[in-house]
Each structure stands twice: as C-alpha cells, then as structure tokens.
Ligand binder design. Structure first.
Ligand code: ADP
Length: 187
C-alpha cells in the first residue's frame, strides 16, 4: 500500500532510536512523503540540541529518498497544515502510550479537521525502547550500541564522558572511540 499523502512524524527524538527508525522506514513505505519533525520545546532540557538531533536523524535516514527532516515550534497541527500534510504519524508501544496518544489525536482533530493521526504498532523487539531508556542505560555506563545507530551511540558516549566521566560505556568499541575523541579534545 502506498499513497501520495504527506505525513508528519513529530517527536522529541532525544536521541533517535531504532524504535523511531522502524516507524520512519515503515511510514516511508506507506506515504508519499514523510517529514520527521523535531519539536522545539523551550520548556524541556534535552540531552542534545535541536541541531544535533537533526544531524543524527539525517545521518540515520540517508537511505530514504522520500524522507525530510525538519524542526518546528508551536502546535503540531499548525506545522502540518503549513507543510500541507494530511497525516500525523505516531508509534504505539504499550497500552499506556495509547491513552495519551488517543487524547492527543482527538485534540488535534478538533484543531484541524483535515488531519488524520495514523498509529503504527511498534515492532516487537522495540516495544521496550524509548529515548529515556537509552539515556538511563548510558548514564550508568551500559552499552546502547544495540538500541541506537552507531553515530548516535558515539554522540551519547561523548556527551556523558563530559558530564558523567564515570559512565563511559562498557562496549569495547565505544570505549576505544570515546577515549580517542577525548584525546582529540584535550589536544
Ligand atoms: P514525544 O516527546 O512526542 O513522545 P518521542 O521522541 O519520545 O517524542 O516519540 C515520538 C514518537 O515515536 C511517539 O509517537 C512515540 O510513541 C514513538 N516511539 C518512540 N519510541 C518508539 C518505539 N520503540 N517503537 C515505536 N514507536 C516509538
């Protein structure tokens, strides 16, 4: 199934995980164009700046030709309308996601009648995965290589090596590169 519809996939993506990537790749098969839209939220203190997140997502999605990566501030429906999108794409992991997502979908419909929210159920192997879980593991020194793209794992390792030097990831690969990049910074 494929349509010419433009879908906006909004979120924090702080950082992008394999769970997000799974939704993005499946969305690209369903819709003519998918716009991954990073929400600029001045009330949150993210691990990565909007620009860093945009770069991370762009690198991870280079293989998708009908994908665009952008950021916005304000109401998602206003951004969708401005981009002539008719679909909001969201992922569902567990039952607790559903309650909040349904409320948001109903609210958005009252704000912009032309918009449809489409939910994709997470692939089983990512049902536990969230950006917060990734950050929690990394903060305590665990490897996140199996949860996020390689360049994102390196960004996380660098970030925590700076703010939590005791939490250098366990993976030998990340360790090598983290030490290397530390050396570069100190030079
Ligand atoms: P938000 O701050 O809007 O929750 P997120 O970056 O956490 O932003 O998530 C964006 C969207 O991606 C949400 O619809 C969320 O449910 C979905 N999502 C996040 N992780 C996964 C996953 N592992 N599998 C499927 N969907 C996911």
């Amino acid at each position: 199934m494929s349509s010419s519809a433009i879908a906006v996939y909004p979120g924090s993506f702080d950082p992008i995980t394999f769970g997000h990537l799974d939704i993005i790749e499946r969305g690209c098969k369903l819709f003519g164009r998918v716009i991954v839209a990073v929400v600029r939220n001045p009330n949150k203190t993210p691990l990565f700046s909007v620009q860093e997140r945009l770069n991370q997502i762009r690198l991870a999605t280079e293989h998708l030709s009908n994908l665009e990566v952008d950021s916005f501030e304000g109401l998602t429906v206003n951004y969708a309308r401005m981009r002539q999108a008719t679909v909001l794409l969201r992922g569902l992991r567990v039952l607790s996601d559903f309650e909040m997502e349904l409320q948001m979908a109903h609210t958005n419909k009252t704000l912009y009648n032309q918009i449809e929210t489409v939910f994709l159920a997470t692939s089983n192997e990512y049902s536990f995965l969230s950006s917060s879980v990734v950050k929690e593991i990394a903060r305590f020194g665990g490897s996140v290589d199996h949860l996020v793209p390689k360049h994102v794992a390196l960004d996380i390792a660098r970030c925590y090596a700076r703010t939590h030097p005791e939490s250098i990831p366990i993976s030998p690969n990340s360790l090598l590169k983290t030490n290397h990049s530390r050396g570069e910074r100190e030079a």
